[in-house]
Design a protein around this ligand. Structure first.
Ligand code: FMN
Length: 505
């Protein structure tokens, strides 16, 4: 095939991308033209490349998905774009980003296919290296997380066992003393009925106390990690104090409580609050004991403001010293003269639990007495890591609302029609929430939900629409739609209802 026009010839000759033309009217759709860049990229000369189909570039690699895309495009006279693993004449691998487009004659009949080849090996290798690096780093982080988790569990368990044994010793002594008194007095024949009754009552009282204690401790271990519960912060603080009662009494530490009258509640999973308070309290106790503080005390206060809960824990141990920035003690493996030195790991763990699990913040500062840790926890759970599928046909509206959502939520995938969204959700089922426009030209919201049901996919749904009538509402109810919003949407209320939906899941 000859190219006559000088400008076109220059374009083809000077292009850095490979340009190829095939003739589908000939058997096996062979190439009839290749430009110099194709020769350079593949290592095959024009004479070697033309008059044959260039699938030989793929070597023996199975690339069925990509080939199916190409064959579908060739069959239906459409364009396609795929990235293939290809081999040069010298056998080296390169990644070929291939674009194929059909060209038609003036009567609309298929004439040729035009292929553009881009060597994207560098980008691919870079991407592979990056993915490899990220996956290795993720492994390290996951491993470290696991270690931290084990560490804090171990610490809490140690604490628990220490306190159980402390609180068991006294009643056990009483039981054993009463029993040996019965034995000795009987041996010397001085045991009368009244004394025996006393001893037995004593034994029974103490066994009951031990049994209550056991029940109380088993409550602590009954942690349902995966269900959202109403957690009373006041009760969590009490629990932590109860566990550390022995230690606090032994060290003569006064606990000043300012918990207020009202029960402060947060809906959450797991037992994080208890763990955090236990850890901070243990920390404070250790510093107070280590520094041999006179009249040691720990003050815990609890308050609420707007949507936040504040827990403050202060001690009179003199504060955290020798830190450039005092909040550095939350960094992993931070070093500090504060007793936190020994538990650098757990302070970092606490920091991350507060941030990621409780949607909060932890800070520390020195008061005139000592260190004060402030926990600020949002009453709402974080929605950052939700995955949202958003379908809206109006481009402008979709872009604006998606940008708004992305300020609060990391993953918002949007589509302008239901068909594309269905394809997506069939292959990617990890969505947490669907936001759906009711009135769309290609597939309306209600049909979309029905299609989802046919596929047995169920996820919370929020409907948005400029106008919703009574019939729509009835229909949406039947389809278990969680909420509907009339446009223009009040974003704050929208976020709140997302919170609600996600919390009860
Ligand atoms: C114009 C044109 C250029 C092509 N360029 C390449 C290419 O550079 N590398 C490649 O592996 N396949 C290329 N192909 C695709 C193969 O020729 C072939 O169509 C594909 O492997 C699917 O067919 P098969 O399943 O029979 O192998 C090109 C196809 C056309 C029509």
């Amino acid at each position: 095939m000859d190219i006559n026009n000088k400008l076109f010839k220059d374009i083809c000759d000077l292009s850095l991308a490979g340009i190829t033309v095939s003739d589908p009217s000939k058997p096996d759709n062979p190439l009839i033209y290749v430009n110099p860049a194709f020769e350079k990229i593949t290592g095959y000369s024009k004479e070697e490349a033309i008059n044959k189909n260039c699938r030989y570039l793929q070597g023996n690699d199975e690339q069925s998905v990509e080939k199916e895309i190409i064959n579908d495009a060739l069959k239906n006279h459409k364009s396609c774009r795929v990235t293939l693993r290809n081999y040069r004449k010298d056998g080296t691998l390169f990644y070929n980003e291939l674009l194929i487009s059909p060209s038609f004659d003036e009567n609309g009949n298929l004439k040729n296919f035009i292929g553009i080849q881009n060597d994207v090996t560098e980008i691919f290798e870079y991407k592979n290296k990056l993915e490899d690096k990220i996956s290795k780093q993720l492994d390290v982080i996951r491993q470290r997380d696991l270690e931290l988790y084990e560490f804090i569990k171990l610490k809490s368990a140690e604490e628990l066992i220490e306190n159980i044994s402390h609180q068991w010793r006294q009643p056990l002594n009483m039981i054993s003393m009463s029993a040996s008194a019965i034995k000795t007095e009987k041996e010397f024949d001085v045991l009368n009925g009244e004394m025996l009754d006393n001893y037995i009552v004593n034994i029974l009282d103490n066994t009951r106390y031990l049994s209550d204690l056991l029940n109380k401790f088993s409550d602590y271990t009954d942690i349902s990690l995966n269900t959202l519960r109403d957690i009373s912060i006041n009760a969590e603080i009490d629990k932590a104090l109860d566990i550390l009662k022995g230690k606090l009494n032994n060290s003569n530490i006064e606990v000043k409580l300012e918990l207020g009258e009202k029960n402060v509640v947060k809906k959450m999973k797991g037992d994080y609050i208890n763990e955090i308070i236990l850890e901070l309290l243990s920390n404070a106790i250790e510093v107070l004991v280590d520094r041999k503080i006179d009249n040691p005390w720990i003050k815990i206060s609890l308050s609420e403001k707007d949507d936040d809960i504040f827990i403050k824990l202060e001690d009179n141990a003199g504060g955290i010293k020798n830190q450039v920035d005092i909040n550095d003690i939350f960094l992993p493996y931070s070093t500090t003269k504060h007793k936190a030195l020994d538990v650098g790991l757990s302070l970092n763990y606490i920091y991350r639990v507060v941030k990621y699990k409780l949607n909060g913040l932890i800070e520390v500062h020195n008061t005139e007495n000592g260190a004060q840790f402030t926990l600020k926890i949002s009453k709402f759970n974080s929605m950052k890591d939700l995955k949202i599928l958003y379908i809206e046909d109006d481009d402008l509206e979709r872009n604006i609302f998606q940008n708004l959502l992305q300020k609060d939520i990391d993953t918002v995938v949007s589509f302008d029609n239901g068909f594309k969204a269905l394809e997506e959700i069939k292959t990617n089922t990890e969505y947490d929430l669907l936001i759906l426009d009711l009135k769309m030209p290609k597939m309306d919201g209600i049909t979309f939900i029905k299609e989802l049901k046919k596929l047995n996919i169920s996820l919370p749904i929020i409907i948005t629409s400029a106008y919703i009538d009574e019939d729509n509402i009835k229909e949406l109810r039947k389809l278990d739609v969680n909420h509907h919003f009339s446009k223009p949407i009040n974003y704050k209320r929208f976020l709140e209802s997302m919170q609600e939906i996600m919390m009860v899941r």
